[in-house]
Write a protein that binds this ligand. Structure first.
Ligand code: GAP
Length: 456
C-alpha cells in the first residue's frame, strides 16, 4: 500500500478540543507524564509512558519511511546532542538566537515582546495588570553545558538548539562515504533544547523536544524547484495523517518573521484551540549554513560538479518539524467525546490513523472463567503480538473493554466467543463505526496487517 492509498478515517465536524482534555487523557492512560513529578516537576519537560512511547515510535518510523526509505536521493544520519562550541557561533545562534523580554514593573510578570498584543506593545502596558513595562532585554535561548573534568579547564558548549546543525557538520562526510551527488538530502530525528522563556500548552512549547529535519542540498539554479517540491510533499504528508483536513494550511512568513538563516519560509500550520500555529517550517536557507561553517572551520565545504567541474556552495531547502508537536496535534485531531444515543456516558474515542495508533488490536475472551475461550484468545494474542502491538484484556464486561480500547485509539478488537469454539470464527469490532464482522480465525492476522501497517 502506498502513502496515497491509505484507508480514510470517517470524519465528523467536532469542536476544537481543550488541551486540558488531552493532558488528562495522557496522564490517565500512560501517554505522557510531567517530568520529575515527585519533586514538583520541571516546566516545559515531559516523559512518555508505555502508550506514549509506542505512538511516538510509530510517528517517527512513518516519517523516516516517507522521507528516507522511499526517496532514492535522501539518506539519514544520527548526530550528537553536544558539539564543538564554534558550531553555534558559526550558525549564528550565539548572537541571534534571542527573545526580546519585557518585565512588568508592577506585577513582575515577564513576557516575550513578540507575544504581546499590539495594543500593549504600543502603550508599553502589561496585558495582565496594566502596569508599566521595562525596556526590552535580549535573552539567549541556548542551554549551556561544560565538557571536561578539570575545574578551570572546562570547555563551555551548548546542548543543540536545533537538531539540523549536525547535518551540515556531517554533509561532507556523507558525500565522501556514500554515492550521493547533488541534488540530495540528509534527514535526522533528534532532540533539541531551548531555554524557552514561556514554555507551555503541554507539548506545544517545551524546553527539551524532538525535531525531524530534512536538509536538501541543491545547485542554486534548482533551488526554487526543490523548495516547491518539498513544500508540497510536506503539506501532503501532514494532510495524510489528520482527520480534519480543513484545519491545515500553508502560510508564508512575512519579512519581520524570518529566522536569521532564512531568505523565505512557509509554515505548515494546524488550527487548534490555541489558534493557527506552526507545525513545521519549510525554509529557504540558501548558502547560509555551508558558507558560515566553511568560514568558521577553515574547511572548504563547496561541491565540485563531477561533469561540469563547477565548484560552488550548495543551497539548502530545510523542512523542520516537531515530533512532540505532531504527537500533540494528532491527539487533538483524533479526540472525540461522542454522545451516547441511549443517554449514557459519552464514548471517548481517539480516531487515530491505524498506522500510528499505539495499540493495533485487543484480544478479548468473552468470559474469563471459561478455559476454552481463554486458551483460544491467548493463542491468537501470542500470534498477533509477534507482528504488531497487541493487548490481551479479560477484565470487566465486553462493553467496558471496548470503551477502554476506544479511549486509547485501538482500531480493532477481536472477541472470542462461544461461536468461535463451534466454527473457528471471531468477532472483529472496528473502532470508529463500531461495526462488527465475523472472520475465520486463521484470516485475522492478514486482515489486520493490511489495515494497521502502511507498508504491508
Ligand atoms: N532548524 C530550524 C528550526 O529549528 P524552528 O521553526 O525553530 O526551526 C522547527 O523549529 C520545529 O520544531 C517547529 O515547527 C516545531 O514543530 C518544533 N519546535 C520548535 N520549538 C519547539 C518547542 N519549544 N517545543 C516543541 N516543539 C518545538
Amino acid at each position: 500500500m502506498t502513502q496515497t492509498e491509505k484507508p480514510e478515517v470517517a470524519v465528523k465536524e467536532t469542536p476544537l478540543v481543550p488541551i486540558e482534555k488531552i493532558v488528562s487523557l495522557c496522564k490517565r492512560r500512560g501517554f505522557v507524564y510531567p517530568n520529575s513529578e515527585i519533586y514538583g516537576g520541571v516546566s516545559g519537560i515531559y516523559d512518555f509512558g508505555p502508550l506514549g512511547v509506542e505512538l511516538r515510535n510509530n510517528i517517527r518510523r512513518f516519517w523516516w519511511w516517507s522521507m528516507v526509505q522511499t526517496n532514492d536521493n535522501v539518506v539519514g544520519i544520527e548526530g550528537s546532542i553536544i558539539t564543538h562550541p564554534r558550531v553555534w557561533e558559526a550558525s549564528g545562534h550565539v548572537e541571534n538566537f534571542v527573545d526580546q523580554l519585557v518585565d512588568c514593573k508592577k506585577c513582575k510578570r515577564r513576557f516575550r515582546l513578540d507575544h504581546l498584543p499590539e495594543e500593549n506593545r504600543e502603550q508599553n502596558r502589561c496585558p495582565e495588570c496594566g502596569g508599566e513595562l521595562t525596556e526590552p532585554r535580549k535573552f539567549n535561548l541556548m542551554m549551556e553545558t561544560y565538557i571536561g573534568v578539570v575545574e578551570g579547564d572546562k570547555m563551555k558548549t551548548y546542548l543543540r538548539g536545533e537538531a539540523c546543525q549536525n547535518i551540515y557538520l556531517d554533509y561532507d562526510n556523507v558525500l565522501k562515504s556514500s554515492r550521493m551527488q547533488i541534488p540530495f538530502g540528509i534527514c535526522q530525528i533528534g532532540k533539541a533544547f531551548r531555554n524557552e522563556v514561556t514554555p507551555g500548552n503541554f507539548l506545544f512549547r517545551q524546553r527539551e523536544f524532538e525535531q525531524w529535519d530534512l536538509q536538501f542540498f541543491t545547485h542554486p539554479s534548482q533551488m526554487s524547484q526543490w523548495f516547491e517540491h518539498w513544500k508540497e510533499q510536506r503539506f501532503a504528508w501532514y494532510k495524510s495523517l489528520i482527520n480534519h483536513k480543513d484545519r491545515l494550511r500553508l502560510r508564508p512568513h512575512g519579512p519581520d518573521e524570518l529566522a536569521h538563516y532564512a531568505k523565505q519560509a512557509f509554515d505548515v500550520e494546524y488550527q487548534t484551540i490555541l489558534g493557527w500555529q506552526e507545525w513545521e517550517g519549510v525554509h529557504w536557507r540558501q548558502d547560509w549554513d555551508l558558507s558560515r561553517h566553511s568560514q568558521y572551520s577553515g574547511q572548504d565545504l563547496g561541491y565540485t560538479d563531477p561533469e561540469t567541474k563547477e565548484h560552488y556552495i550548495p543551497w539548502i531547502v530545510e523542512t523542520s518539524g516537531g515530533v512532540d508537536r505532531t504527537f500533540l496535534n494528532l491527539l487533538l485531531d483524533a479526540y472525540e467525546e461522542e454522545p451516547d444515543p441511549n443517554g449514557k456516558e459519552p464514548r471517548t474515542v481517539l480516531h487515530l490513523n491505524p498506522w500510528i495508533a499505539p495499540v493495533k488490536v485487543a484480544v478479548l475472551p468473552l468470559q474469563k472463567n471459561k478455559p476454552e475461550l481463554v486458551e483460544t484468545a491467548k493463542n491468537l494474542y501470542k500470534q498477533l503480538q509477534r507482528v504488531m502491538v497487541a493487548q490481551y484484556d479479560d477484565i470487566s464486561n465486553i462493553g467496558r473493554r471496548y470503551r477502554r480500547q476506544d479511549e486509547i485509539g485501538t482500531p480493532f478488537c477481536i472477541t472470542i466467543d462461544f461461536t468461535t469454539l463451534e466454527d473457528q470464527t471471531v468477532t472483529v469490532r472496528e473502532r470508529d463505526g463500531m461495526t462488527q464482522i465475523r472472520l475465520p480465525l486463521d484470516e485475522v492476522k492478514r486482515y489486520l496487517l493490511e489495515r494497521v501497517t502502511w507498508n504491508y
